[in-house]
Unconditional design. Structure first.
Length: 334
């Protein structure tokens, strides 16, 4: 497999994606294979690390080009054995470690983690300053989208090393005197470390793993971590439950609605998205699946022509719910 091209100024890195868990809270479903926005969860993560020399997915093999697939021994034995299996193929000086179920992670998030690892050494925090107003989070929008900072970067306990491009970098307390070759872990909007979203120096991680007898990922990575990084958006959001998956899909729908409205010259505030979704659901279930997009299109034509009544969508929903009766009456007309 040919290595990926490296971005100018970006440190060389490989990526290890853990995508072989049991997904108990999803009823044992193939979690990394579930789709959000037309792509599987693991494909979203693979796309985010497109700049890696080598991308290694620890989990069942899938039809994703340019990716090396390996399995831990035995399969589904936990994140530490999975990390060990992935690290066997890592040769770059830095390794990006990610879960395989992060629908909102993007390449800029990965770049921010790498930049924090090489430009925010913990020994720069000897004289920490409190967060400035510029580092405080803006108010979250009512309907966050993938392109918005729904849960913006916010400061977390520790010594602030200084914001970088809107990110908040925080040195782990007690680590200020460590060498600069240390790891960076992402934190969520509550300041909790996300151990399957970070960057670590490969050589140190391999040495630590070889001497580590336990199964806790936090126990392994915690002593190697010098920086906790809060990033805009929700790159740490993972899909552990069906509610999580539905939330991720609704975020995609929010973004698509806004972008589609921009292309069509429509004010998104004038679109009753939930009503349209109810309409297409009832038509798909009560009439036929292909009738759902057709009905939405016909409604749009009628509204554009000014011939649709104010309650047009409601009338169509009622018609779809009573479709069986309506067709029976039509077929018996003489």
């Amino acid at each position: 497999m040919a290595p990926s091209a490296e971005s100018p100024g970006q440190p060389a890195f490989d990526a290890v994606i853990l995508a072989g868990g049991e997904a108990r809270r999803l009823g044992g479903a193939d979690k990394p294979g579930l789709t959000v926005g037309g792509r599987s969860l693991v494909e979203h993560v693979v796309t985010a690390v497109a700049g890696a020399r080598t991308t290694i997915v620890v989990g069942p093999e899938r039809p994703i080009p340019g990716v090396v697939f390996v399995r831990e021994d035995p399969p589904r034995s936990g994140p530490v054995p999975a990390l060990a299996a992935g690290l066997n193929g890592v040769t770059a000086p830095w390794v990006v470690l990610l879960a395989g179920d992060l629908p909102f992670i993007t390449a800029p998030h990965v770049t921010a983690l790498l930049n924090a690892a090489i430009t925010q050494p913990p020994n720069t925090t000897a004289d920490p300053a409190p967060p400035t107003p510029a580092t405080q989070p803006p108010a979250a929008p009512a309907h966050p989208t993938l392109g918005e900072t729904a849960r913006s970067a916010r400061s977390v306990p520790g010594d602030v090393a200084g914001p970088t491009s809107g990110n908040v970098v925080v040195a782990v307390p007690g680590n200020a005197a460590r060498a600069t070759s240390e790891g960076v872990v992402m934190v969520d909007d509550g300041g909790r470390e996300q151990w399957l979203a970070g960057v670590w120096p490969t050589a140190r991680l391999k040495r630590a793993l070889a001497a580590y007898p336990c199964r806790s990922l936090k126990g392994l990575l915690g002593p190697l971590t010098a920086v906790r990084l809060a990033l805009p958006g929700r790159p740490w959001f993972d899909c552990d439950t069906m509610d999580d998956l539905e939330e991720a899909r609704m975020n995609v729908l929010n973004e698509w609605t806004v972008l589609a409205c921009e292309e069509l010259g429509i004010d998104p505030a004038t679109v009753d998205r939930d009503l349209i979704l109810d309409l297409t659901k009832e038509v798909a279930h009560g009439v036929a699946r292909p009738a759902a997009p057709l009905t939405a299109y016909l409604l749009g034509l009628a509204q554009g022509a000014g011939t649709a009544p104010d309650d047009a969508a409601a009338k169509l929903i009622t018609l779809a719910k009573n479709w069986g009766q309506a067709t029976a009456e039509t077929l018996t007309d003489s």
